[in-house]
Design a protein around this ligand. Structure first.
Ligand SMILES: *Cc1c(COP(=O)(O)O)cnc(C)c1O
Length: 435
């Protein structure tokens, strides 16, 4: 299998921290059952060792380039996870003021934070300037004007990268493709040069280079290669016209393996080779913004079976987890492996099973037609590859409390987000005094 080279492929699952011991699923050295008993279900569980090894596959593969990793906070923004990555040496890519504050809250230096996003509020930009983050990735001419004015008022100079839209199709799900001309992201290819000139002319802005990010869950390096080529051409031609560029932000987007029999994501070593070949001789500082490929395979969602119901042609397994806890299947039609936490001898026979949550929406379904043993009420299942874009997208729909998160390293485990009480949930609401 392409992804089985040890230490190189974050999405391959080959170094999975989730292993069975005497039929019992463990996260590193802690039984999933133990955490479920203490914390209750549903609960997210993350492996610190797996996150570290995914991070190191980037830092090692890119070690011979002038390159730095800015972990994309939005994939998993738990402050335990962020502190862990900060300690490992990661910088951070934020897409909101809240994410900048999360990075600062775990002790990340402001100079290790970059700020992207198609619509930044005045307050968010002011925060970025006030604390002195590394640079702001600007996505429109209007944003250049707004940022210049704000920086002037604050007596600051904003370092900016111009985010280009290279108009390549990343061949990913349409809801997570970001580099096509019709997508809302970045400055259209034909106007990048004039935007760069505008950034140079406007007061209180210091343009230092270009940024791109063409999409997420990319299973081939081809589109990144194409976009990087275009970026290199743009750097050369801007320089030939006398402009100075010192920094290139290549974005994130590497895909991971969600299906056990499915393809592995691109290897980070191949990615590093590509970046070296396309951008390595430009004498620019390079920046990467991986999110999913750092955390996805380091997490599971553990849930309990509420009941097993007989459908017409399939079994229906109703879990205590629902689309509010993990929305990716409902939002993107995403696939997650689902496995029993306890393997029993009588589990030899598998039947077609739909795995669903209890919410009154037909989209509240984790899987259709999955081959699963007949699990009974109270048994635990693990929804795999749930470390990225899962807990961060959770809501309290149906007044279901925000799902807790647990962080594991070796034999140690800690609740890094607890389940809120009912009083906390309604505590931020009010009944008008005119009622
Ligand atoms: C979401 C995002 C990333 C991370 O993408 P992944 O697919 O999780 O690696 C990187 N850069 C920007 C600007 C993003 O919006």
């Amino acid at each position: 299998m392409q992804g089985s080279r040890p230490g190189q492929n974050p999405g391959s699952g080959s170094r999975s921290p989730f292993k069975y011991f005497k039929g019992e699923l463990f996260v590193e050295e802690v039984a999933v059952k133990t955490i479920a008993r203490h914390v209750g279900t549903p609960v997210y569980i993350y492996s610190a060792t797996c996150i570290a090894s995914n991070y190191r596959s980037y830092s090692d593969s890119f070690a011979n380039l002038d390159c730095r990793v800015f972990y994309s906070i939005k994939a998993n923004s738990n402050i335990g996870v962020l502190r862990h990555l900060s300690t490992l040496g990661a910088g951070f890519d934020a897409v909101s003021g809240g994410e900048i504050r999360r990075a600062l809250a775990v002790g990340a230096p402001a100079g290790s934070i970059v700020f992207s996003g198609v619509g930044k509020t005045r307050n968010e930009m002011a925060l970025a300037l006030e604390v002195g983050i590394r640079h702001i990735n600007v996505e429109s001419e209007q944003e250049l004007l707004r940022l210049s004015r704000l920086a002037g008022n604050m007596g600051k100079v904003a370092s900016v990268l111009i985010r280009v839209n290279p108009d390549v199709d990343a061949n990913t799900h349409t809801k997570i493709a970001t580099g096509r001309a019709e997508d809302k992201f970045g400055i259209p290819w034909s106007r990048v040069k004039s935007a760069y000139v505008l950034a140079e002319e406007l007061p209180n802005l210091n343009p230092i280079g270009l940024a791109m990010h063409i999409g997420s869950q990319l299973m081939s390096l081809e589109p990144i290669s194409k976009a990087a080529d275009q970026l290199a051409g743009l750097v050369r031609s801007l320089r030939a016209e006398g402009h100075q560029l010192d920094c290139l932000d290549v974005g994130g987007g590497l895909g991971v393996q969600y299906r056990a029999e499915g393809p592995a994501g691109p290897s980070v070593t191949d990615y590093a080779r590509l970046v070296q070949a396309r951008l390595g001789d430009l004498d620019c500082e390079l920046e990467l913004e991986p999110g999913r490929s750092i955390v996805a395979d380091a997490g599971i969602l553990a849930a309990s079976v509420l009941l097993r119901k007989r459908g017409i042609s399939q079994e229906i397994l109703v879990l205590d987890a629902a689309m509010n806890d993990l929305v990716r299947p409902a939002l993107y039609g995403a696939w997650h492996e689902i496995v029993p936490v306890q393997k029993r001898p009588e589990h030899t026979e598998c039947v077609r099973t739909d795995v669903v949550g209890p919410i009154c929406e037909s989209g509240d379904r984790f899987a259709s037609g999955l081959r699963l043993p007949r699990l009974d009420e109270g048994e635990l299942v693990a929804v795999k590859t749930a470390g990225a874009y899962c807990a961060v997208m959770a809501s309290q729909y149906n007044s279901r409390p925000l799902v807790p998160e647990v962080f594991v390293r070796g034999q140690q485990w800690t609740v890094v987000r607890r389940r809120p009480s009912f009083e906390e949930i309604i505590g931020i609401e009010a009944i008008p005094d005119w009622l």
